[in-house]
Design a protein around this ligand. Structure first.
Ligand code: SF4
Length: 172
């Protein structure tokens, strides 16, 4: 836990959307990212709960891909963005998608949602992966031993997308 009193001192702040009148004219990004220092402050609000409900233990209500949310919140607070990216990608192959369009059951499950002010987990996730792309920390992982066999995977997205990617990389 980076800042013990973070959740007491800092209010929740989240990304805004560009006005609809702009958005209907193109297909560009419509979510306005928060500055790095604001994301760091938001990450410091995480209490690193002894029982992190955001994480979805035993299939309850948190993150469906079991992202290790308190861990990367702490890393972002400390400025260790590359390590945060590795931690995030250890459970989630496509945080650039989930950081934008996931309904964020992690935030609904966050302990701070007791007072309607959960940690802005989805925005922090998106910032981690955007920074990783900007810095070239994400590289193609091409399997050199592909069998060309097909795999039909009917699991529910985002688990489906992640599992397809993982299976593809792990075939030998
Ligand atoms: S439930 Fe909220 S405050 Fe607790 S560890 Fe998860 S993100 Fe942090």
């Amino acid at each position: 836990m980076g800042k013990v009193t973070g959740f007491l001192e800092i209010d929740r702040q989240d990304r805004k959307y560009r006005p609809a009148s702009d958005r209907i004219r193109n297909f560009k990004e419509f979510i306005v990212p928060l500055p790095e220092e604001v994301i760091r402050d938001q990450a410091s609000r995480c209490m690193e709960c002894g029982i992190p409900f955001c994480h979805d233990m035993k299939g309850l209500k948190g993150c469906p891909v079991n992202n290790q949310i308190p861990d990367w919140n702490d890393l972002v607070y400390r400025g260790e963005w590359e390590q945060a990216s590795k931690d995030l990608h250890s459970t989630n192959n496509f945080p650039e998608f989930t950081g934008r369009i996931c309904p964020a059951p992690c935030e609904a499950s966050c302990t701070l949602n007791i007072v309607d002010s959960p940690v802005t987990i989805k925005s922090i996730e998106c910032s981690i992966v955007d920074k990783a792309w900007d810095n070239g920390w994400i590289k193609p992982q091409i399997n050199q031993n592909r069998t060309n066999k097909k795999n039909r995977n009917n699991w529910v997205w985002p688990s489906r997308a992640c599992s397809c990617s993982t299976i593809s990389q792990s075939r030998s």
